[in-house]
Design a protein around this ligand. Sequence first.
Ligand SMILES: [Zn+2]
Length: 133
Amino acid sequence: MMALKKKRTIIIKDPQLREVRTNLRRVIKSACRAEQAKIHDRRDILRKEEERTSMKNEGTYDYEKYRRLNKELTEQYWAIEDPLRASILECPVCFKSDKDMTYNPVRKIWYCIECYEKLRKGNIKRGTPEEFP
Ligand SMILES: [Zn+2]
């Protein structure tokens, strides 16, 4: 996903459009979760196979092979999770998907308008306003 350089807020007022937007976000999120569930299943299968193999033939058991496959599955999981967490699909603080969102160009993450405002005020208090423009 392309990172924006400026703070940006997207507000939709029309209730029907809001509903379409929320549904679309949920569909995309659930497609991502389904993909992650498949990765989780593959990891389970791999772990069971590794247990079986390591017990049966300790001499030829290939630890490196399982370590590499496991690492690949972990990378596949995060290739979905990282962009999802930074995306406009849900607020990473309140986890709601039906909100208008503001993009933080410093953190490169979208937050709902309410959470953004709370975080912005907290950063001003702590003396780090540059974190939340
Ligand atoms: Zn929020």
